[in-house]
Design a protein around this ligand. Structure first.
Ligand code: GLU
Length: 275
């Protein structure tokens, strides 16, 4: 019922001219176009468990569930498009998708190209190494090759904490584990929960360790086209409602709760604005 009320309120807002009249890539406001077409095109990862994966054509992950919930609350269908860390901003800027829900950290430099919703989660970079490598923390990365995905914030964080590490940029998160297994790199770096999930699906998880923990906590935001304020308000309203009525917690529990396949200590609080 609440979903319906939110969807109706948003429709009314758009009908009354509350929607942005800023020309989007399609020449009209993104909110108007999404509501009129009944479909929101969402950029999601296919290689970044537990946020977005695709197996035998089925998509799953925390970000997939969040995107589905946002779409449902807007009263539209989600049409998923696979993005990588490197192409998610160009594809959003080109108007190929209406939003990106892809383990994406909100940064001030990214804000120059796209807008972000309120933060809906947080994670942060860490490193994964072979237990036999002798690498027991960030200092030990000096002179060692560390694989990072192109277009992610990881390289920047590593450069701060392990300036002597030799960064090797790989095309996508999908390329990290194969490079580590083959010995092309001595370590890989990405967000902590992604590394935890990648390790979990390895044949011998005990061969791999995450020494040192998270470097920093980074807010994840839904990336949106620049200057589409009615669209951003609608997405934010959906996220906040999801937090307030417990749906966010149900999704988080399904992926990170004690009964989940990968229990994790999630302490995130979604910043809500009073009604
Ligand atoms: N959260 C980081 C980022 O947005 C790393 C994970 C990713 O690339 O998706 O760059």
């Amino acid at each position: 019922m609440r979903h319906l009320i939110l969807a109706l309120a948003i429709l009314l807002l758009a009908a009354c001219g509350g929607g942005d009249r800023t020309a989007g890539p399609a020449g009209r406001s993104v909110l108007d176009r999404v509501l009129a077409s009944g479909t929101v095109r969402v950029g999601v990862k296919a290689d970044s468990p537990p946020f977005g994966v695709e197996r035998s054509g089925a998509r799953m992950g925390f970000d997939i569930d969040i995107a589905q919930a946002v779409a449902r609350r807007l009263g539209v269908e989600a049409a998923f498009v696979t993005v990588t860390s490197a192409d998610r901003i160009p594809r959003l800027v080109a108007g190929e998708v209406d939003m990106v829900v892809a383990s994406m950290t909100q940064t001030r430099s990214r804000e120059r190209q796209v807008d972000f919703s309120v933060p809906y989660f947080e994670d942060g970079p860490a490193v994964l190494v072979g237990t036999a490598s002798g690498i027991d923390g960030y200092v030990a990365l000096g002179g060692r090759k560390v694989g990072v995905a192109k277009g992610s914030t990881t390289a920047q964080s590593l450069a701060t904490i392990a300036p002597e590490a030799v960064l090797v940029e790989l095309p996508a998160i999908a390329d990290l584990m194969p490079a580590l297994r083959s010995g092309t790199v001595d370590a890989i770096a990405s967000d902590y929960l992604i590394l935890l999930a990648l390790r979990r699906t390895e044949a011998e998880p005990g061969r791999w360790a995450i020494p040192g923990g998270r470097i920093v906590a980074e807010p994840y935001g839904i990336a949106l086209p620049q200057d589409q304020s009615a669209w951003r308000d609608a997405v934010n309203a959906a996220l906040m409602a999801m937090w307030e009525d417990g749906e966010w917690a149900r999704i988080s529990d399904a992926w990170f709760g004690q009964q989940s396949a990968m229990p994790a200590d999630v302490r995130f609080v979604l910043p809500t604005i009073p009604r």
